[in-house]
Design a protein around this ligand. Structure first.
Ligand SMILES: [Zn+2]
Ligand SMILES: [Zn+2]
Length: 119
């Protein structure tokens, strides 16, 4: 099930609704990335699934690209301390979920916007 969280920057007024890291749902796997082309946090589709079929579905030409601008200049987003990123800690509990794509300051969960988006 894909969950999306509203994350906000502590230094500027940037907010983003993203899943916050690699996540897999019924139909797609996504990962949260920073797009350097449009300077946004976005969820990109990394894989598609069809659990009822033995043949994997065709990938879409937009897979692995920024859904806003179509750019491919993306870097995986998440906590800057590797030990936190690897511990798979609940993103809502972190003071620094990852860097703001606009100014580089710490982003954190705003307390709102938990929605299931993409399943
Ligand atoms: Zn910022
Ligand atoms: Zn983009």
């Amino acid at each position: 099930m894909g969950m999306s969280y509203e994350l906000g920057c502590g230094a500027c007024d940037y907010t983003a609704d993203v899943c916050g890291g690699p996540d897999t749902g019924m139909l797609v796997s996504v990962n949260t990335v920073t797009c350097f082309t449009c300077a946004e946090l976005v969820d990109v589709v990394t894989a598609r699934h069809d659990w009822s079929s033995s043949t994997p579905p065709e990938s879409d030409s937009t897979d692995g690209r920024c859904p806003r601008c179509g750019g491919a200049n993306l870097v995986s987003w998440g906590p800057r301390q590797p030990e936190i990123a690897q511990a798979n800690i609940d993103i809502t509990q972190l003071d620094d979920c990852g860097p703001c794509p606009k100014c580089g300051a710490a982003m954190r969960f705003t307390g709102g916007g938990i929605v299931t988006l993409w399943d």
